[in-house]
Ligand binder design. Structure first.
Ligand code: IMP
Ligand code: MG
Length: 179
């Protein structure tokens, strides 16, 4: 698996330091709000578990699963709901946790769906932001790292469902795509 990685973009240490800062920020902003953290599966799994451990306040979890990619390295443009949340979020403070904001199609779909359930507030926290690729207007309130327009894997992010378990965020060798 490691031989497919061209270089490490964000190391394990950099990830943990930034998540610790973000967690403190979220904890301060949501101290008395009992927020619901909604993770967008599957890419968010690693970030989600580290993030909630860094945010030491009363909170609840839920998850949504959507698919937009097929098996390539850019969005198909078609977002499908695979799994909905199971909590009643009406009147609650909700924070969406996501691995990466790319074209924005996934998050705008998730955001619209959750907004229709009338939460008291809705914010977005993304580990990575690739602003150059944006196709729709959607912004994150909390951003871990802004990255250039390169396809990355690891720490939850996949290529064809592999590489999610790498402890860092890295760039794949171009020859891996052409296999
Ligand atoms: P968007 O809908 O184009 O914003 O893409 C969001 C989703 O696409 C993310 O949740 C990821 O699953 C996937 N994605 C976008 N960019 C990358 C990448 O560089 N590596 C791996 N997955 C990505
Ligand atoms: Mg994802």
């Amino acid at each position: 698996m490691l031989q497919d990685i061209e270089r490490v973009l964000i190391s394990e240490k950099q990830l943990q330091e930034r998540i610790s800062e973000l967690g403190k920020q979220l904890a301060a902003d949501y101290a008395d709000k009992e927020p619901i953290f909604v993770g967008v599966l599957k890419g968010v799994v690693n970030f989600f578990t580290d993030m909630v451990r860094a945010t030491q306040i009363r909170c609840q979890y839920d998850f949504m699963a959507v698919s937009s990619y097929g098996s390539g390295t850019s969005t198909s443009g078609n977002v499908r709901l695979l799994k909905d949340i199971s909590t009643d979020i009406q009147g609650r403070h909700v924070v969406i946790l996501e691995d990466i904001l790319d074209s924005g199609l996934t998050l705008s779909f998730v955001k619209e769906r959750l907004l229709s359930m009338e939460p008291a507030s809705l914010k977005i926290c993304t580990l990575l932001d690739k602003p150059e690729r944006r196709r729709v207007d959607v912004y994150a309130d909390y951003i871990g790292f802004t990255i250039p327009n390169e396809f990355v894997v690891g720490y939850g992010l996949d290529y064809k469902e592999f590489y999610r378990n790498l402890p860092f965020v890295g760039v794949l060798k171009p020859e891996v795509y052409s296999k």
